[in-house]
Design a protein around this ligand. Structure first.
Ligand code: C5P
Length: 241
C-alpha cells in the first residue's frame, strides 16, 4: 500500500518449463537450502510492506503443487495461482489481464522472475517507490564484462562499448495503465520482448533504472543454481533470509 489508496501487486511469472536447464524437476521447484526456489523468491514479497497482493503464474500441471507450497509457507499475499502461456510474455499477460479487471489504472504492478530467489525487500521497496514517482522503474546493473559482437561462427566482429550499458533485472514496476498499454501495443505489433521494459520502451515512456545487485541472479544454468545456493546459505547463516 503506497498512500493508503493505491495498491501494489506483485506478479511472479514462474510458468517456465526449464527446457534450457534440463532435469525432471522444473528449476523454480528445485530445492535450495531445504526450500523450493519459488518459495525463496516469494518470501521477500510476502514480507514487504510495499506489496499488497501477489499473483503467481505457474505451468498448468503445477498449479496444485504451488498452491500447496503457498499454504505450507503461509504466503498469504498469494491470492491467486494462474496458468501461464508458451512464453514469459504470455504468462505475464495472463496476470495482467486479470488485474486489469479488478485493479485501478494508477495501481502499481511489479513483475519479478520466479527464478530470481535472491531478491531483497530493500530492492523491492526501491523499485516500487521509483515506479510510484515516475510510473516506470526497473532494477538494472552496469555491465562489467567487455562486450563483443560475435558472428554465428563464434568469431569476434567488434567490441561494443560498455559505457552506458546496463543489464536489466527484475523487479520491474509500472503503473498498471502503462504496462497494460505496452502489452496491448506489443500484441498488436506481434512484438516479443524478454522483459517488461522492452515493451514499455516502445511507448516512448521514460523508464527509470534503480540500481539492482549482481547477486540478484536469474537461475538459468546448473552453475547459477550452485552460486545461488552458496549465497543463500551465507545469508541464512547471517539471518538475512
Ligand atoms: O525463461 P526465463 O529464464 O527467461 O524465465 C524467466 C521467468 O519467467 C521464470 O521465472 C520462468 O518460470 C518464467 N516463465 C513463465 N512462462 C514461460 C516462460 C518463462 O512464466 N512460458
Amino acid at each position: 500500500m503506497i498512500d493508503g489508496s493505491l495498491m501494489t501487486y506483485g506478479v511472479i511469472p514462474a510458468a517456465g518449463r526449464g527446457e534450457r536447464f534440463g532435469g525432471k524437476v522444473k528449476k523454480q521447484f528445485l530445492a535450495l537450502c531445504g526450500r523450493p526456489v519459488i518459495v525463496h523468491t516469494l518470501i521477500p514479497f510476502q514480507a514487504s510492506p510495499w506489496i499488497d497482493d501477489i499473483v503467481c503464474v505457474a505451468p498448468q500441471e503445477e498449479i496444485g503443487a504451488l498452491e500447496r507450497l503457498v499454504t505450507e509457507y503461509r504466503l498469504t499475499k498469494v491470492k491467486r495461482v494462474i496458468p501461464g502461456g508458451e512464453r514469459r510474455q504470455e504468462s505475464t499477460q495472463a496476470a495482467l489481464s486479470l488485474l486489469e479487471k479488478e485493479a485501478a489504472p494508477g495501481d502499481i504492478v511489479l513483475v519479478h522472475d520466479g527464478v530470481r530467489p535472491l531478491v531483497t525487500g530493500a530492492l523491492i521497496g526501491r523499485v516500487v517507490q521509483a515506479a510510484e514517482k515516475y510510473g516506470a522503474a526497473v532494477a538494472a546493473f552496469p555491465v562489467s564484462d567487455s562486450l563483443k559482437e560475435v558472428s554465428s561462427e563464434g568469431l569476434i566482429r567488434k567490441t561494443v562499448s560498455r559505457e552506458n550499458l546496463w543489464a536489466t533485472q527484475t523487479p520491474q514496476a509500472f503503473r498498471l495503465d502503462i504496462l497494460a498499454e505496452a502489452y496491448r501495443t506489443a500484441a498488436r505489433d506481434r512484438f516479443i520482448g524478454t522483459d517488461e521494459a522492452a515493451l514499455v520502451e516502445r511507448l516512448g515512456i521514460p523508464i527509470h533504472c534503480v540500481e539492482g545487485s549482481p547477486e540478484n541472479i536469474k537461475i538459468t544454468t546448473p552453475s547459477d543454481l550452485k552460486l545461488v545456493e552458496l549465497l543463500l546459505h551465507d545469508r541464512m547463516e547471517k539471518g538475512d533470509s
